[in-house]
Write a protein that binds this ligand. Sequence first.
Ligand code: SF4
Length: 584
Amino acid sequence: MSRHFSLQSDALETTTPPSILNDVFGPTMIGPSSSHTGAAYRIGRLCLDLLDGRITGLTARYNRGTALAETHVGQGTDRGLYGAILGWDIVDPRMEKLDEEIRQELVNAGIEVEVLYPDLGETHASFYDLTVGNGLEEHRVEAVSTGGGMFKILRIDEAPVVIEGDMFETLVFCADDTCASDTCAENTTPPGETLEAHLHRTFEGDRVTLCRSDRAVFLRIQSETALDPSVLETLRRRSDVRSIKVLEPVLPTLSRHHLQLPFLTASGMLKYLRETGEDLELWQLALRYESARGGASEAEVWKRMEDVARLMRRSIEHGLAGTDYADRLLPAHAPLAQSAIERGVVPNDAVTHMILYTTAIMDSKSAMGVFVAAPTAGSCGTTPGAIFGLADFHGLAENQIVRALLAAGLIGVFIASGSTFSAELAGCMAETGASGAMAAAGLVTLQGGNLHQALTASGVTIETGLGLICDMVADRVEAPCLAKNIAGVMRAHGAALTALMDFRAVIPIDEAIQAMDRVGRLMPDSVCCTGGEGLCATCTGRHLHRQMVELPVSARPPGSLLPTSHEVREQTSYRLNPGTRAPG
Ligand code: SF4
């Protein structure tokens, strides 16, 4: 229960509603986990901006016993954070390097990194307490990852803020704590105007807030576009300004000060249709929503969804071509599926194509290929695997795929606004449970079903995924993740078919999402991405953990680490993820 307490506090209050292109389909990335690698990368980029593009020292404090402390290496937090402070793009080929090679890059760049595991007294499962410096200055950044690559910076230099990376953030650090009082007025125009008042007047239309702690005082300007550099230059010359930091947005869809959304839930959407008298499909409503959310035209949203579809197609092709990567648990499985289909061992039908494509995407991700988190890295295979697999088998056009993805994306919005995509908070129910629900709406849309059938299929898929735990083996987002992605596709496929047969859902989808959220709150930490319990705590799971987490790639035995038989492995006293709990 404690895991959720923080989410309800003021500091973590959601300030912006979900965007299909930010929260549901994205980030586009390399690495094992969106909530670890993707969010860590974004937090790291903002830290780099805070230090004017140069960091030479990082101290990361992860709260002892939490998912982040236990899995930051295997789940790619280090990869994301270090890649960001090295100044790499998240899809830079260097992000594919082995962990030990990335650590060497830090040494080569003169960046010292220290990771500590104190008891921070924080309850959130993915709480970052980072101190970054460059010899000239040092800042402390406290943040949380909230799932699917989304994050919130909660404090800078101990002053409360909520920064989500979807606006331009200009921080004007005051020379002393007088910026809100007229004692700093001697060099101002008009005379007697405080720095705070000056910024309010100069940046009328933007949001200006005074942020204060014992350690720092700064004025935060949130704007929809970058501020005029010449105005900032003039500000820098003021004696009451110590420094100015410009934190550029790290999300593709920006937020706005006065957002007006047509709806945020499925029931709100149905009410919207009743009130407007329009007869729209789910994909059209997705365009309507995202256009309002991001301030872009529906044509622009469509175009951006086409880009997402192209990236997904590339992942499938990469996986189908066969992948190789030294530091992975599962060998490539897509070639096995492809061969079985070709040899007639399994039917050459839509179902096997959906499995093949889902596997290809997961293989590509595990081999450090570029992929789209949909909605997370762990569940990135389900939605595109199902939609592209079915569409390609039936030879459907790309625009039908884009429509299906939009429909899936809107279901993702309903889930994100009513619950979470974070396995740290709600187990795999929030990952492959959510992606399955999204896939179901996509499959109904592809097969010509209507809006009500799509909602039914998604709702039923959520219902059949309630309680799914996160128990990834050896801290790798590979097993049982691949199997859970495929299971998500199968549940989605079944739900889509029965919805097309006009089976009725007993529970409306919004209530199913509420149930998902409540069940998530009841799940113990040990089954929420901490490597505490479940398959990861079996004898074989613990053996693989020892091989994968404790040994560098060069020290591992040659060949596959996977067991070759079903004989039960001998009990050992090896303790999994020291700091959480010792299994059995
Ligand atoms: S078990 Fe599920 S939630 Fe956990 S890492 Fe794998 S896909 Fe993600």
